[in-house]
Design a protein around this ligand. Structure first.
Ligand code: R5P
Length: 298
């Protein structure tokens, strides 16, 4: 095993950590992260990282809590002699506030990208929420690689769901829902969505009458509060469709959202393992391992 390729993990993601360590022959980086009683972060690196090539696997689903420990860790690794420090953030935070929707608002996507670009040498992420920015390089100035969950989601649906009808939550999702549907070989529909606030979402489904025998599969790149999917479930119920399977690439599930989806009538809630959660059923390591490998020295 190479002595100087290290993987540090912040905030735990056991399944991805294990896959990366084993398949890339990385040594586990040992560090201690905790908070002082006043809330300040304490970081200590135990591993010898002189001349090392370091990857940090970090969950950014609660970004304000983890960003300072992450930056302190990167800075400390460099002081202790790490040659390169890259970031694997399967879920990339702060991608949705990508415009000034109201006067005076921070375009957080830009500031967050500037902060990370100033500290790490490379970035790997999965399906970042690109909407008003077309590519990650419009935001991040460091080398980056985006990988996609779509082929793995398609494989899961093909194997596990009988006569699926894929449903995208909004126009924006059409491209990738259409691609997954083509891969699976099944029909799809796209909802018309109107968001009235953080927790107020209204949707409508154009055609349902032909699909009452299908299993609706609600697909979204992320589920946060769950209100987009809740609105969709409510609509499907009204249309007397079958109970849907909800599939999220990034399941943030704030405020117990997955429980509320089940209580509202979802048959199952499934997510990729970008954010550790009981619903994780789709392993992203087949697409992440080669992407991280491309940034590590041999
Ligand atoms: C929005 O454009 C995204 O694709 C998701 O639909 C949205 O972020 C989900 O948020 P929530 O679960 O809070 O409705």
């Amino acid at each position: 095993m190479s002595q100087n390729r290290l993987l540090f993990t912040l905030d735990g993601n056991a399944s991805l950590q294990q896959a990366l360590q084993q398949r890339l022959s990385l040594q586990r980086g040992d560090c201690e992260i905790r908070h002082f009683p006043d809330g300040e972060s304490y970081v200590r690196v135990h591993s010898d990282c002189r001349d090392s090539d370091v990857a940090i696997l970090c969950n950014l689903h609660d970004p304000d809590r983890i960003i300072l420990p992450l930056l302190f860790l990167v800075g400390t690794l460099r002081e202790l002699g790490a040659k390169r420090v890259g970031l694997l953030a399967p879920y990339l935070a702060y991608m949705r506030q990508d415009a000034r929707f109201n006067p005076g608002e921070a375009i957080s996507s830009r500031h967050f990208a500037a902060l990370l670009s100033g500290q790490v040498d490379w970035l790997v992420t999965v399906d970042p929420h690109l909407h008003r920015f077309n590519t990650l390089s419009q935001l991040y100035t460091i080398p980056s690689q985006v990988v996609y969950a779509a082929p793995l989601v398609a494989e899961f649906i093909r194997q596990q769901i009988h006569t699926p009808l894929l449903i995208g939550p909004d126009q924006e999702s059409e491209q990738w829902v259409a691609a997954i549907a083509a891969d699976v070989g099944c029909p799809y529909q796209v909802l018309q969505k109107k968001r009235h606030g953080d927790r107020e979402v209204e949707v409508s489904l154009p055609q349902t009458e032909h699909f009452r025998q299908h299993t609706p599969v609600l697909l979204d790149d992320m589920v946060s509060t769950g209100h987009t999917m809740l609105a969709a479930i409510g609509h499907l119920k009204k249309m007397q469709m079958q109970a849907p399977v909800c599939v999220a690439t990034h399941g943030l599930f704030v405020e117990e959202a997955s429980q509320r989806l089940l209580a509202a009538g979802a048959e199952r809630v499934i997510s990729c393992n970008s954010v550790p959660h009981a619903s994780n059923a789709i392993d992203l390591s087949p697409v992440l391992v080669p992407a991280v490998q491309s940034f590590l020295s041999m």
